[in-house]
Structure formats: C-alpha cells, structure tokens
Unconditional design. Structure first.
Length: 82
C-alpha cells in the first residue's frame, strides 16, 4: 500500500504545483485516511476491495453472474405470481 500511496502522492503533488490548488492533495489524504482506518479495523480489507473491483470490472460491471435480462424475467415471474 505504501508504494501505491507514494505513486499517487507524487502525481498529485505535481498537479498541485501546476494548478496552485490544494484540493487534490486534500482529496488524496482523505481517501488514504479512510483506507488506513479500514485497514486498522479489518486488515487486508483494502486488498480484498481491489480484488472485488477487478472481478466486477472483468465481468463488465456485473456484481452477480445473473444477466439483466434474467433478472428482469425473474421480476416479471414474481409479479405475475402475485
């Protein structure tokens, strides 16, 4: 995680130097503050979050293996069943 933070920090600092704005620095520190708290409470949670995001991205944004068409069909069946 340290390498990831350091890489983001360098990028944000470079942009802040150009824009003369601290907004991106504030946003980055806020993100990493939440990440640090999450890791303190549940070690490994950040890595699991990244792995889940990669799975969702690989599945074209679906969080389940059920297609939207199948989901709509299930909803329609339940509505018809009363």
């Amino acid at each position: 995680m340290r390498d990831e933070f350091d890489a983001e920090w360098v990028q944000v600092l470079d942009r802040a130097k150009q824009s003369h704005s601290l907004r991106e620095i504030h946003d980055l520190l806020n993100k990493w503050q939440h990440t640090a708290v999450m890791e303190l409470r549940d070690p490994g949670s950040y890595q699991r979050l990244l792995e889940k995001a990669a799975q969702i991205e690989a599945a074209s944004g679906r969080t389940t293996s059920v297609s939207i068409e199948d989901m709509r069909a299930q909803i329609q069946q339940r509505l018809q069943a009363g």
